[in-house]
Structure formats: structure tokens, C-alpha cells
Design a protein around this ligand. Sequence first.
Ligand SMILES: Cc1cc2nc3c(=O)[nH]c(=O)nc-3n(C[C@H](O)[C@H](O)[C@H](O)COP(=O)(O)O)c2cc1C
Length: 383
Amino acid sequence: MHRRNFIRILGGGCVALTTLPMAACSSSFPDEAVAAWAGPSASASLAEWALAWALLSPSAHNMQPWLVDLKEPDTITLYVDRERLLPATDPWFRQIMVSQGCFIEALLIALRERGMETQLELFPSGAFPARTLSDQSVARIRWRRGGSVSSDPLFAQLQRRHTAKDAYDTTRPVSPEGLQQLLSVSWPESVAVGGSVDRERVAVLRRLCMEAAEVEIRTPATVLESQRLTRIGPDEILQHRDGVSLNNPAVRAIAALGLFDRSQVPPPDSVAFKSTRQHYADACLSAMGFAWLSTEPGRVGEVEAGRAWLRLQLQAMTLGLQLHPLSQALQEFPEMDAPYRAMHQNLLGEASAQRVVQMLGRVGYGSTPSATPRRELRAIIRA
Ligand SMILES: Cc1cc2nc3c(=O)[nH]c(=O)nc-3n(C[C@H](O)[C@H](O)[C@H](O)COP(=O)(O)O)c2cc1C
């Protein structure tokens, strides 16, 4: 007799998974959605070649909020794609700006790999005011062939970098030396870095991260935003190639039966709520260390922190470590106020009133994650 797996769904009903047609289901993403990870095409111009690497950058919710203009020769001008924001979880667009920094740093690393001397000008028309965006550019990156430009050893990691979101191996501590090696990578001067593998401090930070996650998954606006950006199954993944992509057979089956209504907040006794909570608990409570970046408040600091974050994640790859952002406690929507203040106080102490923690990530050893979808390169190039 078949062992039946019952899944309890949003409204409280049950589905027997053996009744569902899942024989041909695979959890891996459709090839086309992850084609960008094969690297630039052989016929790419230098700008397209560098952009193809930058497209592999991390971004909040995998929104890929980048738009580039290639009209000026030997120049890439970067804009925020204002269609690709996260108004509930990121109401001041801070994470969107950090994501710009990740992209810029990857571009610079790629251009140097081709022997180019680069010049980065941030906010050529002036930095956007705090908490607002503008149609002006975020950055202009120019290049020319340099005499003695050395390539960046982190280039080799661009194609290998992925964000590991599953539980880490809690039997495998991160040594203080390992943390130091991680933090020894170079980055913009305006960014201060911190980190800890101290057991007691890590225990406190794990709890703070979990408390913040609880707030996020109990706040209707942030839950609905995440659900709106959840892509289930090959068709949706291929259509969007962004957001949170889920392709495992059980979730696909539930969605196919119309039993996961992404326009509704799942009640706390539903499978959807419990499995999201479990996912956060697995991640937060298996952190074996933490690393964080802070800057002065403002758009320049946010972008510079993004540049530093990319370098840190690439360095983690070099060391065989995983580095996974846990951004919940850093988010600025009103319900997050108490965890936000507690996290800033813990990480920055007295400086917490004058500085902003731009990124916080857990460190540890875990399984190798798979590549996440990316849109086509032409989707980010302005006509
Ligand atoms: C500013 C920023 C904030 C992020 N915050 C989170 C987070 O809180 N939780 C998480 O799982 N991933 C977070 N990420 C990682 C993204 O989800 C990830 O980069 C994206 O899904 C693409 O996947 P990849 O990094 O494996 O290419 C963040 C990334 C950035 C740049």
C-alpha cells in the first residue's frame, strides 16, 4: 500500500500527495531561467561581457533592479529600475540601493579582468535624498585600456557565487581565523565591517534574527509582498526569472490545485505559515557566526555597502564558507522598529544612533546552493 503524504493547506483542508501527478516533476529550475550562469556569449561587446557578469550579482528578493544605458562610448550609466522595488519590506529603498552597489562592484571586477582601467562616479547628478529615489543615474562607470591593470582574484568567484539559504552544519564551527580571513578582503573605506563567532554573542544574534523574522512573517503587507514575488513551477519561473523561485513538486502540486492563494495572508496554523517559519528557524538558529557592514546614513553609504557585500560574499566562496544575508532586523517598516533598534544596539553599541547597519549575514558551512534565475541581459539595457 502507498504511504500517503498529507499536506494541510491554507484553509485547513488536506491533500494526499500520492493522488497528484508528480512523476515528471523536477526541483531544478528550467535551463533558460538560469542560462546567465553559463557566462557571456562569445560575440558580446566588452560592455555586454562585463554586464553579463554583473547580472549574476545578488539583489534583495532577486529583484535585479538594474537598468543601464550604453549610449556613451566606453561608459555604462546605471539607473534604478523603478518598476522593481519592494515597497513593503524596503520602504526607503535602502536594500535596492545596496543591490546597486553589488552590481557596480561586479562590473568593476569584470572590466579589470579585461585589462581596463575603470573610473567610478557615484551619483553624477548628486545623491538621491534619503528615503526617496530619482530618475537620475546612480553611477557612471567609464573605462579605458590601462597599462598595468591587474585582475582581481575575486573575478573567479563571480560565476560560483550563490546565496545558501538552508540550515548550516551546526557541528562545524567557524574559527576566529576563518572569520578574520573573510573580513580581510578589501572594500570601500567608508564601510566599517564587524563580525563574531563568539558562542554567546552568536546565540543572542540568532535569537534577534529569529524575532525579526517572526515580525516579518506576521506583518500582512510584507507577507503579501513576498507571496506576490513567489514564482511557482517552470512556467512562472520562466515568465519572471526573478523573485523567490520554487520548483519543488509538493509546492507545485498545491499551487496547481489552486490551494495556495498568494493574495491571502496564511493563518498561523496553516502549512504555508509553519513551513515559512521553519525555514527561518533553520537559517537563523544554525548561524555559526555573523558578519555585518555599517556606514553613515545616506545613499552613498548604501551603495558602497553593496560593493563591500559583494566582495565579502565572493571572499566567502574563496574560503569555502557560506554567507547568507538575514535582512529582517534591518528593515525599516514600522512593525520592525523594536528588532531594528535592538539589532543596531547590539552590533554598533553607542554608534547606533549615527550609523546604519546596511548588511547582516550569517556565516557557516552548508550545502552548495543552486543558481537562481536571471532575466535576459537585454532586459536591463535601455533602448
Ligand atoms: C540587499 C540584499 C538583501 C538581501 N536580504 C536577504 C534576506 O534577508 N534573506 C535572504 O534569504 N536573502 C537575502 N538576500 C539574498 C538574495 O535573496 C539573493 O541574492 C537573490 O535571491 C539571488 O540569489 P543568489 O544570491 O544566489 O544569486 C539579499 C540580497 C541583497 C543584495
